[in-house]
Ligand binder design. Structure first.
Ligand code: G6P
Length: 612
């Protein structure tokens, strides 16, 4: 939610900041802006995308070696030119950019209005800059000290960056709840919501912790202190990321690239963790906690969006293999319904970004009740990864398309490994069966590659449904979460209404919607419930619905009934989600492209939802 970038050094800041904004645009893209210091403090902002900002500044003075820039996902105030960031202080000496929400902004705003401050925008951010300005003017303190005092008054989440006309060689930034990374170059510093804008300039970074303020002065070492005024030693880390990972690499969209990356990303998520020949599953990150996990009476999985769907697959896996009862919760609901959590509970938090505010809040709640928290995150060093007791990174590589694809299959892979390991420890799986699944899991990356070969066929199929208004997705057992994920993917990027349902549940409601215009995607690979799924298909056909069936290669019965068939390679039933998801991702992608939708940046969505 909102991307922020900053630069201070000897180079011109504008091109660095603009490129950084493009790299962070996945975080929010309803308006964008930039502030540059060059004697004067210049501020340019506009509604629209980063490209609109680039057009807007054409011909204007964009010189300066210090600057901050922002791409917005609106919370307070509609996306327009005024609410776009940066925001000036009243004196117009300071400019701020902000990612997060100041929850007590109304009380602060009232107080500031009574002290004579005038507000131009509807944002919570403007409150913050007036407050900082007020403290600076009244208490005669330095900018970083004014920021520190102000942040003690603030309730909420923030990653902020501020520059000042009176301190042209300084950039001040702080974080709580929203991520912030500082890049250290030679005589130059970078600041960003994540490492993507930094990686091409330097690999040395410092991840700020919550409630830390960084003061970056040209030509000096950076200084970090907490909002309680405790000095912190800055510890830098080496970035593992490569530039190629965050570029499109010849694909039309990041989403398509990420769909195609799945053979590798699934392999990477298993790398060093699975050895089928020796019958070994080893998740190093949770080794100290696996006995506790194996003894658990219950596992609670908390997540949002696509990660929640991965959690549903996890429920089937843990119960099926390890015989541990599992509850899967929307993180947002979990937090607000006074859940019963004990010290014996294991809470698994799943998150691609590792920054989702609801998931983070659910973790904090479960932690406060003494539960053990295990993370499954993609972004290394992210807030959720740091808030958990232990965890396993998915190692899927940066995911930039807003609709999650490779992160989902990597999460499911990790959940499969965890369930297998716990099953092995608890003795709930026969050795031969264990080896069988391990062997099959090892072959999944190749089977995903094979599945991807149907892309051309799916593209043709998609062209028939460009104008469709509703879709239904049905699946049973392991394929029920896959149906939900398929429907989510379609609505996210094509704006076609779609619902995912357990196939048998169709007759309790959705069947009323079925007519000759309603495509029904049925995932019909299940061995256990194959006949029942066939009955569900019959029910749809009897009402003249259009069946698009995902079947196992060589299937005969469904083939005869369905209007369209998509084949996936044969695999173990519990591993089908890793294959059946692929055609559904491709179907959504091609329908969205056919409808001229912005696939990588769908309207109203953001990749990293750092507000509750
Ligand atoms: C947003 C994204 C989804 C994602 C969800 C959870 O809604 O658009 O793609 O699944 O957040 O994000 P997380 O980073 O916690 O997995």
């Amino acid at each position: 939610m909102c991307g922020i970038v900053g630069y201070i050094g000897s180079r011109q800041a504008f091109p660095i900041l603009m490129k950084g904004l493009y790299r962070l645009e996945y975080r929010g893209y309803d308006s964008a802006g930039i502030a540059l210091l060059n004697g004067d403090l210049k501020l340019y902002k506009t509604k629209g995308k980063v490209a609109d900002l680039e057009k807007f500044v054409f011909g204007k003075d964009i010189t300066g070696t210090v600057g901050i820039a922002h791409t917005r996902w609106a919370t307070h105030g509609e996306p327009n030119n005024v609410n776009a960031h940066p925001h000036f202080s009243q004196s117009r000496n300071l400019a701020i950019i902000h990612n997060g929400i100041i929850e007590n902004y109304l009380a602060l705003k009232k107080e500031l209005i009574s002290r004579g401050y005038k507000f131009e925008s509807d944002t919570d951010t403007e409150v913050l800059i007036h407050l900082i300005d007020d403290i600076r003017n009244n208490e005669g303190v330095t900018l970083d000290e004014a920021v520190r005092i102000a942040l003690n008054e603030v309730v909420g989440a923030y990653a902020i960056a501020i520059i000042s006309k009176n301190d042209p060689d300084m950039l001040v930034a702080a974080r709580k709840g929203s991520p912030l990374v500082v890049g250290i170059g030679i005589d130059e510093f970078f600041l960003a919501s994540d490492a993507a804008p930094i990686v091409e300039h330097t690999k040395e970074v410092i991840y700020l912790n919550d409630e830390e303020i960084v003061c970056i002065r040209r030509g000096e070492q950076i200084k970090i202190k907490t909002i309680k005024n405790k000095n912190k030693t800055p510890y830098s880390q080496k970035l593992e990321m490569n530039l190629s990972e965050i570029e499109k690499g010849g694909f039309d969209h990041f989403m398509l690239k990420e769909i195609y990356e799945q053979p590798r990303s699934i392999l990477d998520s298993m790398r060093g963790r699975l050895n089928a020949r020796q019958g070994k599953v080893k998740l190093g990150g949770i080794i100290d906690y696996e006995q506790k996990m194996a003894n658990a009476q219950r596992i609670i999985i908390v997540a949002c969006g696509t990660s929640w769907h991965a959690g549903l697959v996890g429920e089937y896996l843990f119960e099926d293999l390890a015989r541990i009862p599992v509850e899967v919760e929307y993180a947002s609901e979990f937090r607000y319904r006074n859940p019963i959590i004990t010290e014996d509970d294991i809470v698994i938090a799943i998150s691609q970004s590792g920054e989702t505010a609801d998931t983070l809040a659910a973790i904090e709640l479960a932690k406060s009740k003494g539960a053990t928290i295990i993370g499954i995150c993609n972004v290394v060093g992210s807030s959720i990864a740091r808030a958990t007791h232990a965890g396993s990174y998915t190692h899927a590589g940066p995911e930039i398309g807003v609709a999650s694809t490779k992160a989902f299959t990597a999460q499911v892979t990790i959940l499969t490994l965890m369930a297998l390991r716990l099953a092995q420890m608890r003795g709930t799986i026969k050795k031969t069966r264990f080896y069988q699944i391990l062997n099959e899991l090892e072959s999944i990356p190749d089977k995903v590659s094979e599945t991807l070969k149907i892309d051309t066929k799916i593209k043709e199929l998609a062209s028939l449904f460009i104008g469709t208004r509703n879709f239904l997705y049905l699946g049973r057992g392991y394929n029920f979460p896959v149906a939900m994920e398929g429907a989510l993917k379609l609505k996210e990027i094509s704006y076609i209404h779609a619902e995912g349902y357990p196939a048998a549940e169709m007759k309790h409601g959705p069947i009323a919607l079925i007519d000759q215009e309603m495509p029904v995607v049925v995932i019909a690979t299940n061995k256990g419930t194959y006949d029942k799924v066939i009955s569900n298909i019959q029910e749809v056909k009897a009402r003249r619905g259009i069946i698009i069936a995902i079947v196992t290669k060589g299937d005969v019965a469904v083939k005869d009934l369905a209007d369209y068939i998509i084949e996936v390679p044969e695999t173990e039933e519990l591993l089908v989600p890793l294959l059946a998801t692929i055609p559904l991702q491709l179907l959504s992608y091609h329908i969205a492209v056919g409808r001229n939708c912005n696939v990588d940046q769908p309207r109203n969505l953001a990749k990293s939802v750092t507000v509750e």
